[in-house]
Design a protein around this ligand. Structure first.
Ligand code: F0G
Length: 371
């Protein structure tokens, strides 16, 4: 009945009840939400904070926690910001949303646009987007364009188009994205009863480190936390403009999500680093892939390569003795490993062929077992 009535007045993106409470409602007091903002939701946020005993053993840190953002509806942290950006776009009367993306933003924009009944156009750097993300954008019904250029080129084009008013830009240069993404910092403070002493986070376009820092600042003001963490951001060595202090013309890394040479939120990242007395450092592709494999094989958590940059960075700091006394550390795992099956399969062995009998399997794998 109620749903039918809402449909009649064109509000069918108001969701039927979902549990836990939608992010927009849970944090309405901290978000730019008004009475006329649609309560759009796909069940984003409230992601697990998982203890990481193998990392604690390796680093000697008392508590290492993983914020598993791959558990969001489209498999990445982008959903937190996107739900707010798309809801505000609807509220503002937009008919279409537009973004440039290394893949996850595109998947998220496409999903929320589908839910809200908006058109979605995504601009992707040709040949540089992981398979799962591309498939998501397509199946959610976005118009997917493969630009002959880098992510940085795609963002330049998207900004130019948005300035003409053809669509609402939903990249993290849209402040509503940052507002939504800061809620991850709130959740961490609520779960731990305070902020951690350090937060490890991958840095690409630098929206997320900007958002977390805003979230931790606001968390102390709202008394959700007493302290603020040091922000330890990590870029891939082949795409480390902030570390090097200059644009990178041809960024290159196995972590395609953060293959970015000219981050839009560069200033925000520097502010997070400096105000928190933190650091932004580079990790090599080898270090990223080692952390990626370790997380899967020892912690049972499958994230995408870019996400593993946070753990690669923590391991590097531990190995070089610059943990600065941190006893409670959170690493943000930004996206699901299923996004990038090619990266996983490059590390894995192909399945062995075997005859379909118990004897054949026993011979192959249990032959030398004692019991
Ligand atoms: N991790 C993943 C899995 C990402 O997809 C991104 C960014 C980042 C980390 C870095 O976050 O850009 O806020 O510093 N992906 C964007 C995209 C660029 O288009 O999906 P950031």
């Amino acid at each position: 009945m109620l749903t039918a009535r809402l449909r009649l007045v064109g509000l069918d993106i108001y969701s039927p009840p979902v549990l836990p409470r939608p992010l927009i409602e849970r944090y309405a007091a901290h978000l730019p939400i008004t009475a006329s903002t649609p309560r759009l939701t796909l069940g984003e946020g409230d992601t697990p904070l998982v203890r990481a005993p193998a990392l604690e053993a390796r680093t000697g840190i008392a508590q290492v926690w993983l914020k598993v953002e791959g558990q969001n509806p489209t498999g990445s942290f982008k959903d937190r910001g996107m739900v707010v950006a798309v809801a505000k776009a609807v509220e503002g009367g937009a008919r279409a949303v537009l973004c440039a993306s290394t893949g996850n933003t595109a998947a998220s924009a496409a999903a929320y646009a589908a839910r809200a009944g908006l058109r979605c156009v995504v601009l992707l750097p040709e040949g540089q987007v992981a398979l799962g993300k591309l498939a998501q954008a397509e199946v959610f019904g976005a118009r997917v364009l493969s630009l002959q250029g880098s992510f940085d080129d795609a963002l330049r084009v998207a900004r130019e188009l948005a300035a003409d008013g053809v669509a609402a830009l939903v990249n993290s240069v849209n402040p509503h994205r940052i507002e939504g993404q800061k809620t991850a910092a709130f959740e961490i403070c609520e779960a731990l009863g305070d902020a951690p002493e350090a937060l490890c986070i991958p840095v690409g376009n630098a929206g997320n480190i900007t958002a977390y820092w805003k979230g931790f600042r606001e968390a102390t003001e709202a008394r959700m936390a007493r302290r603020r963490p040091r922000m330890w951001g990590f870029q891939a060595a082949g795409a480390a403009p902030i570390v090097e202090g200059r644009r990178v013309e041809r960024p290159d890394t196995v972590a395609t999500a953060i293959r970015i040479g000219n981050p839009a939120s560069w200033e925000g990242a520097l502010r997070a680093r400096d105000e928190s007395r933190g650091a932004i450092e580079a990790v090599s592709d080898e270090e990223i892939l080692a952390a990626y494999a370790l997380l899967a094989s020892r912690e049972g958590i499958f994230c995408e390569p870019a996400s593993a940059a946070s753990v690669a960075g923590l391991l590097k700091r531990a190995a070089t003795g610059v943990l600065e006394g941190a006893e409670v550390v959170v690493c943000v795992l930004t996206g699901s490993g299923l996004k990038d099956p090619d990266a996983a399969r490059r590390l894995a062995r192909a399945p062995e062929r075997v005859a379909a009998t118990a004897a054949a399997v026993r011979d192959r794998v249990f032959a030398s077992a004692v019991v």
